[in-house]
Design a protein around this ligand. Sequence first.
Ligand code: SF4
Length: 247
Amino acid sequence: MDPIVKDTFDALKRNRFDVHLVETIDEAHEKVMELIPVGATVGIGDSTSVRQLEVIPRLQTEARIVVNPFSKDISEAINTGQISLSQSHRIDCLALYCEYFLTGSNVLTRDGKLLNIDGAGNRVVGQMFGPEHVVLVIGTNKIVEDLAAGYERMRNVISPQHAKIKNRKTPCAITEKCEDCTSPERICNVTGIIEKNPGMTDIHIVLVNEDLGLGWEWDWPEDRVKDVYETYAELTYLKRPDWRKEQ
Ligand code: SF4
């Protein structure tokens, strides 16, 4: 096993997370099905890693009740103004009332901490408190050395690329670097760190030995970065460029 992956796996266990290391996306799909029982209500937090598993349709057809505020249909209705911001807010809240919350993580540190950034905070809060069980799908490309490296990645890779793909009017969408802006379309308003498994939430981590979701280092091979970016862009449905106008 890669020593960085092994260190991360061991640190997550020490931090009392229920962690499962799998090699492929297909194995991750099966593990998620195993972790979420029949009859469970499942809220979805916006996550390309989860979409890449293609597990949500199976959860829906195999007797789980899924609240997915980030499905393609719902996202397109928000993008075109058919669903208002306040309705979208209500749907996000419904996902937080479920027994299970299924999402990803922006960053995972080698010493077993989770670092997440969010525009509204729904995904950050859903990982910490509310649903009794949280299932996080995380590719090994999300592992960084420590929290400092995690902040660096969030400011200079994840948030700018996310802003660019979502057509946000922020400086980073152009410069690809964080300018600590005050834009009303700022994409990174809420940051959450989970250091140990929280007292009233069971966090299950499916660590997948593949690239999933948005995350890279700029010195990685160009083809690898391009693959991660293109997959992410293709599976990002919620774009909402004028989302503040209705307020
Ligand atoms: S603070 Fe502004 S410039 Fe920095 S990453 Fe967030 S949206 Fe981009």
